[in-house]
Design a protein around this ligand. Structure first.
Ligand code: DC
Length: 237
């Protein structure tokens, strides 16, 4: 079933969220941002009083996850949005505190196993765009459409500084680039599902591309590469 999933992976601030959302919009299919799921788990832990600085461990999450109801639901505009224990957390998941703890939380096997199962369940929605770090390698290795977006660290820091919703009070290009590099380091060296392109993923370097160029390129690859997708809106038969 997961062969219908369009997997968009890549490091932080490679442009994948914006691109993935626009591709989903163009193809009229749901968009699932799995980074938001890791962020929501982190927010829930912080709100529950877990001392993530000193106790970021599987043991700290074992019981906690049993109290967490995490879902993706359509909001009032019909767009899939993350729901945490019955409420949309909105920008709470993009706070600097969540950003600083989410990588170690995402490295915990208990958290990854819990979220991986939820992510696989989305295959029942049919064709979807799912964005993250391990969608093409671990969650849906059977996907026929795998893209891994990259960009230079400088380009990514510039994009991150300009990104709506993420709060970077007093940050400089250098400090943001350093934070991104640190998050990449943790994500790509962790033991479970490290950040890396799937062997059969197409690597797209977006450094010198506009968002529209990336969206058009990937959408074109999807529509042209699979004639069974002629039922999709915008498909050229
Ligand atoms: O995409 P993002 O920056 O919102 O992701 C937040 C964190 O979650 C980041 O440290 C990488 C991690 N993540 C992950 O390990 N696996 C995913 N499928 C998605 C995100």
């Amino acid at each position: 079933m997961g062969d219908k999933v369009i997997a968009i992976d890549g490091p932080a601030a490679s442009g994948k969220s914006t691109v993935a959302e626009l591709i989903a919009d163009k193809l009229s299919v749901p968009y699932i941002n799995t980074g938001n799921m890791y962020r929501a788990v982190t927010l829930f832990a912080l709100d529950s009083g877990v001392d993530l600085k000193n106790n970021c461990s599987d043991a700290a999450f074992d019981e906690l996850l049993q109290k967490l109801q995490l879902d993706y639901k359509r909001n009032a505009s019909g767009i899939y949005e993350i729901e945490l224990n019955g409420e949309f957390p909105g920008n709470g998941i993009r706070s600097p505190e969540v950003a600083s703890y989410v990588s170690p939380v995402a490295a915990l096997p208990v958290v990854r196993a819990w979220l991986s199962q939820k992510q696989r369940d989305f295959a029942s929605l049919g064709m979807i765009v799912m964005e993250g770090r391990d969608i093409g390698t671990v969650i849906f290795p059977e996907s026929k459409f795998k893209f891994f977006l990259t960009a230079t660290p400088e380009a990514r820091a510039r994009r991150r500084l300009g990104q709506d919703g993420e709060n970077f009070d007093g940050a400089t290009l250098e400090s943001v680039a350093a934070a991104i590099a640190e998050r990449d380091r943790i994500d790509s060296t962790r033991e479970v599902a490290p950040l890396k392109p799937a062997g059969d993923a197409e690597i797209v370097d977006t450094t010198d591309m506009t968002i529209d160029e990336v969206v058009d390129y990937i959408t074109g690859r999807i529509l042209n590469n699979d004639s069974s997708r002629n039922d999709l809106p915008g498909a050229v038969c």
